[in-house]
Design a protein around this ligand. Sequence first.
Ligand SMILES: *Cc1c(COP(=O)(O)O)cnc(C)c1O
Length: 401
Amino acid sequence: MRISKNTGDASDSMNRFNLKKLRQELEGRKTDNIYRSCPEVLSRNGTRITVGDREYVNFSSNDYLGMAMSGNLSEAWQRGLQIWKCGSGASPLVTGLTAAHVSLQNFICEYLGVEAVILFSSGFAANQAVIKSFCPSGTTIYADRLSHASLQEAASMTGARLNRFLHNDPASLKRYLEKGGTGLIVTEGVFSMDGDEAPLAEIIELADTYGIPVLLDDAHGFGVHGHQGRGTVSAQGLRHSDFDVVTGTFGKAFGTGGAFVAGSRTIIDYMINFAREYIYSTHMPPAQAYATEFSMRYVSEHEELREILRDNVTLFKSLMAETNCRLVNSENSIQPLILGSSEKTTMMSEFLREHGIYAGAIRPPTVPRNTARIRLTITAAHTEEDIVLLTETIREAEKHL
Ligand SMILES: *Cc1c(COP(=O)(O)O)cnc(C)c1O
């Protein structure tokens, strides 16, 4: 291989990609203040993370209940490793489905009151699999405008039409449904960037009226919401069997990783036979399934985790009321500070960083233009002092920015 001598990429001269064009696009992102790169976390301890040469209080993790850092869970994972060793070694249809996976599936069926469940390596893959399985070309996906990228992206791959209805607006959904057609309604329980909840009963009613199935992704509701953490559906007094397909990730409140799809026996059997993301992918490691079942049982039995979380959110909101910052209508962990411009958001994020607080700046294209924000997540693992430090620092930042 030839290595070019100039300062460009190694092997520039033989690269068959159009690197010049790619670099121009990257430069454009820098100009627009939306260039991305991943911080390296050097160590973690509870809500503390070390990045570079500094320790921060982490207000940007989705570990809502602190499970990812829990000693109980890591011990369970180690027990799983002793029993099952490491990788699953194959896709589920070959020999990758173990009793550990089936036990987790059975637990979720009972927990949510659904007939059948399958597991995926990520929520992203689970959502893509559902949409690709049930929304072939010629159908329509009716998705809330603020739905997660994994839900919207699949549409472009199947050739289905994508109708994005106004956020949490059943009347807007109805206008699309009135035009006729088949397909799938897609919504989240708790929205990942705004922390607000979908009007699920109204969506179900429209689904019944127009005969269109519904996919609910409750990535941010499971574990933290409803009776025993059964999610937004339970919090709103509905049943999971009111929905046609439900997806959830284990990477957030449950503190492990991977995801599930739940539905009727037929829906799940269909996916086992047709969903390429399921068929052609190595199954999640069995120890991870074992640990996830432990976590879900633990989370369901420990109501006090949800109580601490609620108290922390209440404390945060009451302290924020003394600032000029506008909060959105969220009673959940997810508390965005919408600042508008990417520049202002970057400045706020840097100010917080200088004061020992790690909070993610979320900028377009992840969120709509002019809604750049600091996405704060309040968790059950934060202490009162952490939350006071956060709100005091935001107040201080208001004076400077
Ligand atoms: C995080 C998230 C996903 C993706 O789940 P992963 O397991 O992280 O891939 C899907 N949907 C929503 C709404 C999410 O917030």
